[in-house]
Design a protein around this ligand. Structure first.
Ligand code: URA
Length: 212
């Protein structure tokens, strides 16, 4: 499994504002989108392309276009939804699927409560959006779901990772297919409630407010 830590002063700056507990939800949402656009630039470095003839006003040349089938972007509900616009800005022709997984706060296991994805993902490049790779349970369940449907190329875009979650991913799905993680930061650890430390708190709550 490849892990790409996107190091850039703008990413570091925006992430610091996201971490700040005083940052309000509208600002948090805007910064998340901007960060994802920057991360998506790295995450799409290996996006499948093919040559395409193009006539400029001066001459004909061979350019590049995205290959079919189109890549599929899969935000993990609910917090991954906050990353979707940032990704779509860079790859507007990608198809969008949805996976709803949430963490059982007792067992910390991922539970699927919604899905809207093609049954056959053979040959599709998948980009999974989930801001926080904490224990890794949600992301592992999502990646397994995609691999079981034939996907072989899965890139996960996250804002923050915990080392524990990265290890869990490596041990479970790291050698199945071409799995990659692109992230803005790898933090210190998880706390006893499986929150990332220092982290940024609950990403879903900070994006959309607390829902009981
Ligand atoms: N999910 C979050 O939103 N934040 C964490 O720190 C861990 C999981």
């Amino acid at each position: 499994m490849r892990v790409h830590l996107a190091e850039h002063p703008l990413i570091a700056h925006k992430l610091t504002v996201l971490r700040d507990e005083r940052t309000d939800s509208p600002t948090f949402r805007l910064l998340t989108e901007e960060l994802v656009t920057l991360l998506a630039y790295e995450a799409t470095r290996d996006i499948a392309t093919e040559p395409k003839e193009v006539a400029t006003p001066v001459a004909t040349t061979t350019g590049t276009r995205l290959k079919r089938p189109r890549p599929i972007v899969v935000p993990i509900l609910r917090a991954g939804l906050g990353m979707l616009e940032g990704m779509r800005r860079l790859v507007p022709t990608a198809e969008i699927g949805f996976l709803g997984l949430k963490r059982d706060e007792e067992t910390l296991e991922a539970v699927t409560y919604a899905n809207r994805l093609p049954d056959d993902l053979s040959g599709r490049q998948c980009f999974v959006l989930d801001p926080m790779l904490a224990t890794g349970h949600t992301l592992v369940a999502s990646i397994e779901y995609l691999l079981e449907r034939g996907a072989r190329d899965v890139t996960c875009i996250t804002l923050l990772c915990a080392p524990e979650g990265l290890r869990h991913l490596e041990d479970t799905v790291g050698k199945r297919g071409n799995v990659r993680v692109v992230t803005a930061a790898i933090d210190d650890r998880l706390n006893d409630k499986a929150y990332i430390v220092p982290g940024l708190g609950d990403a879903g709550d900070r994006l959309y407010g607390v829902v009981d």
